[in-house]
Ligand binder design. Structure first.
Ligand code: UDP
Ligand code: MN
Length: 465
């Protein structure tokens, strides 16, 4: 069915919302934002929100260096028909502390955060506020539509993807799983429970934001804060949803228009370490083993965050994996995590470019994580992130394919005595190389030879090993 990209599905249009929804402040932080995109955000909020639901707009300037964002901006917003306040960070603080500042001076019962390059669509706000009115521990995100950064073309976002993350703790979109479709009895206008949020656009009850510990103010500039608040919401008794009847456009930029003082990698790794140390328990190892370099990054003091976790009696990360994100790339139970080493050649399985549909390789073990990290899971798949070792023909090469959880060609039986890895479907053994190419591991008839023996290095040994 065709539908206009600026409107939610037809059945969303027939939904009726109460008049006495909680009022929201809209907090928009920016650093060196362009005039047009910033004002497009502000005007679309004003034009497309019912006036009685909009308390104010708070613009937080994170120490921008552009003249037009100073007096000119203040003069411009003064004549708008909704109160718009402009406040300034004294020094560059990053989006986390800028949002905290904006939230602290705002007054609405709900706080809605938006990036500074968004376009709200008609009807975006009511469905968000309605969920919060129903339960103030529900944190809600709109569907994020895509505004092209080349043409400003507007394209509807999908209601069939939700938020997750990979072993490197990058936020990623993944398909909404069948269990979530079933829970909603197939009604796509009902909110999707999402394991994580993208971060830029969401609404939260003001008191609840306080109660669960706002943001981690020890995080700098950008990154990690979206997973941090997502884990915290779920582990500490809240709910995180994508409200499929609410659409807001966002300009996805190919490059960041601003600098990361101290270096992009340093800052993101620091933030991710704080996230992993406070919330992920032993599962932080997936992050550390695939990117061993990050363990050198200093993450500062986290005691106020760990005591927050205790005070709120938040559940362990294993609970989150089991109950909120069972389709996670991080397995709840696993036998090994680390390299897979061939006994004859002393070389390691290596997924090379980490690409889908490519053959797995074998190279000298480098101990640097990355492409040589695999987990043999309790489901007996051998995976690295979202890719699984897969063989589809007799004597065939071993491919990296998206894990499908259906066993089939991705089911492996490891024998810790014989050290063999049997591909169950073909009843053949993983061998260091195929006949014709020494760099391509494949399955061969099992012979017990040393080229078919593998050591799975256990970096951590979970209880079921
Ligand atoms: N931002 C900020 N200070 C910073 C970095 C970012 O105020 O040091 C603002 C930025 O202007 C934007 C929001 O935070 O409004 C989110 O950043 P960005 O849009 O770059 O993140 P992305 O959408 O690329 O994830
Ligand atoms: Mn953005």
């Amino acid at each position: 069915m065709m539908r206009s990209c600026r409107h939610a599905s037809r059945r969303c249009k027939t939904k009726v919302y109460l008049d006495d929804l909680p009022r929201t402040s809209v907090v928009i932080v920016f650093h060196n934002e362009a005039w047009t995109t910033l004002l497009r955000t502000v005007h679309s909020v004003i034009d497309r929100s019912p006036r009685h639901l909009l308390e104010e707009i708070v613009l937080v300037d994170d120490a921008s260096e552009r003249d037009f964002l100073k007096r000119q901006l203040e003069q411009y917003v003064r004549k708008l028909e909704v109160p718009v306040r402009v406040i300034r960070m004294e020094q560059r603080s990053g989006l986390i502390r800028a949002r905290l500042k904006g939230a602290s001076i705002s007054t609405g019962q709900v706080i809605t955060f938006l990036d500074a390059h968004c376009e709200c669509t008609t009807g975006w706000l009511e469905p968000l506020l309605a969920r919060i009115k129903l339960d103030k521990k529900t944190v809600v995100c709109p569907i994020i539509d895509v505004i092209s950064d080349d043409t400003f073309e507007y394209m509807a976002g999908s209601d069939m993807t939700y938020g997750g993350f990979n072993w490197k703790l990058n936020f990623r979109w993944y398909p909404v799983p069948q269990r979530e479709m079933d829970r909603r009895k197939g009604d796509r206008t009902l909110p999707v429970r999402t394991p994580t949020m993208a971060g830029g656009l969401f609404s939260i009850d003001r008191d609840y934001f306080q109660e669960i510990g706002t943001y981690d103010a020890g995080m700098d500039i950008w990154g990690g804060e979206n997973l941090e608040i997502s884990f915290r919401i779920w582990q500490c008794g809240g709910t995180l949803e994508i409200v499929t009847c609410s659409h807001v456009g966002h300009v996805f930029r190919k490059a960041t228009p601003y600098t990361f003082p101290g270096g992009t990698g340093q800052i993101i790794n620091k933030n991710n370490r704080r996230l992993a140390e406070v919330w992920m328990d032993e599962f932080k190892n997936f992050f550390y083993i695939i990117s061993p370099g990050v363990t050198k990054v200093d993450y500062g003091e986290i005691s106020s965050r760990t005591s927050l976790r205790q005070r709120l009696q938040c559940k362990p990360f294993s609970w989150y994996l089991e109950n909120v994100y069972p389709d996670s790339q991080i397995p709840r139970y696993y036998y090994s995590l680390g390299e897979i080493r061939n006994v004859e050649t002393n070389q390691c399985l290596d997924n090379m470019a980490r690409k889908e549909n490519e053959k797995v390789g074998i190279f000298n073990c480098h101990g640097m994580g990355g492409n040589q990290v695999f987990s043999y899971t309790a489901n007996k798949e051998i995976r690295t992130d979202d890719l699984c070792l897969d063989v589809s023909k007799l004597n065939g090469p071993v491919m990296m394919l998206k894990c499908h959880h259906l066993k089939g060609n991705q089911l492996w039986e490891y024998d810790p005595v014989k050290l063999s890895l049997v591909h169950v479907n073909s009843n053949q053994c993983l061998d260091k190389a195929s006949e014709d190419d020494s760099q391509v591991p494949s399955v061969r008839d099992c012979t017990g030879s040393r080229s078919q023996q593998w050591l799975l290095r256990n970096v951590t040994l979970p209880e079921i090993f």
